[in-house]
Design a protein around this ligand. Structure first.
Ligand SMILES: *[C@@H]1O[C@H](CO)[C@@H](O)[C@H](O)[C@H]1NC(C)=O
Ligand SMILES: *[C@@H]1O[C@H](CO)[C@@H](O)[C@H](O)[C@H]1NC(C)=O
Ligand SMILES: *[C@@H]1O[C@H](CO)[C@@H](O)[C@H](O)[C@H]1NC(C)=O
Length: 265
């Protein structure tokens, strides 16, 4: 049923698949239309704007992880792209649209966007279990909250998968823009051996890491540690024209005091 839909709709959505997420979504077409969606609008600054033009859940949190034995040794990996409400509160754990929850997605990604699929296996792996379960969780809980991906915005039937593919694609594009590992490495902040011996353990300060990332990305993230060991980095941003990030300050407090940044393998 699900894949029959996809096959039938490939023709129609070829255009959508090709268009950049930097373009505005609009109703009834995959082309940007400045008449429907004014250019230059930043999410959360225009409360009456059509929710297809800028997400009404418009404060975004992009969280990238540094997880033991997960992903390339010299890359952070994606946890997820999480839309929050403009006031900093967040949607329910069940996400924003039960009707668009999926229970399978990996084959759809693989068939429809093989390059994205390869990137997701590499850069968006689950640290503990099944990739598909992890991706589905991110879509069902968070992706359904990106109001611009509602199928009504591009006149697609619900449940044809395009909304989820667009969410994964958009998240991957942000991930590729922000190479945390390289940014830190350029400033000689590199992962070190895992030792609990305080005499030999290398630690970095929170300020040092934030400063490095601010120099490259123009924004400071929140840093999260497990027992003093760097675990996740979250950037907060609004979006301009539905994709371009406009950074804002983190709405969460750091949980790192000093940072042990430990080799993954
Ligand atoms: C570091 O090593 C300790 C002891 O071997 C282990 O328990 C811990 O999980 C390791 N931490 C990481 C981040 O690999
Ligand atoms: C936390 O780190 C300390 C010192 O680095 C270590 O002694 C302790 O076992 C760690 N606790 C856990 C729960 O990993
Ligand atoms: C961050 O810490 C401050 C000071 O302890 C506290 O008032 C605030 O509620 C915390 N913010 C969050 C999002 O936890």
């Amino acid at each position: 049923m699900f894949s029959k839909y996809l096959v039938a709709l490939v023709g129609v959505f070829g255009v959508c698949n090709a268009r950049s997420t930097a373009n505005l979504f609009k109703k009834d077409s995959c082309q940007p239309d400045p008449k429907l969606c004014p250019l230059g609008v930043v999410s959360c600054t225009a409360p009456n704007l059509d929710s297809c033009c800028a997400s009404s859940v418009g404060l975004h949190v992009m969280t990238m992880g540094w997880y033991s034995k997960t992903g390339p040794a010299d890359k952070f990996t994606i946890h997820g792209l999480w839309p929050d409400y403009c006031d900093g509160s967040w949607p329910p754990n069940t996400g924003c649209d039960d009707a668009r929850n999926y229970d399978k997605i990996a084959c759809t990604i693989k068939e429809q966007r093989p390059l994205l699929y390869n990137d997701m296996v590499r850069y968006w792996p689950s640290s503990s279990g099944d990739n598909e379960d992890f991706w589905l969780h991110e879509w069902n809980k968070h992706g359904t909250c990106v109001s611009t991906l509602n199928p009504k915005c591009f006149n697609a039937p619900a449940k044809n998968g395009v909304d989820a593919l667009e969410y994964f694609d958009m998240t991957m594009k942000y991930f590729k823009m922000w190479d945390i590992y390289s940014s830190l490495e350029k400033r000689c902040i590199v992962p070190t051996a895992n030792t609990t011996d305080p005499a030999t353990q290398v630690t970095y300060s929170v300020a040092q890491i934030k400063q490095a990332l601010r120099e490259d990305f123009g924004a400071e993230p929140a840093l999260f540690c497990n027992n003093g060991t760097l675990n996740e980095v979250s950037f907060y941003f609004f979006t301009k024209d539905n994709f371009e990030p406009v950074f804002t300050f983190p709405r969460a407090n750091d949980t790192c005091k000093t940072v042990a940044y430990i080799n993954k393998y």
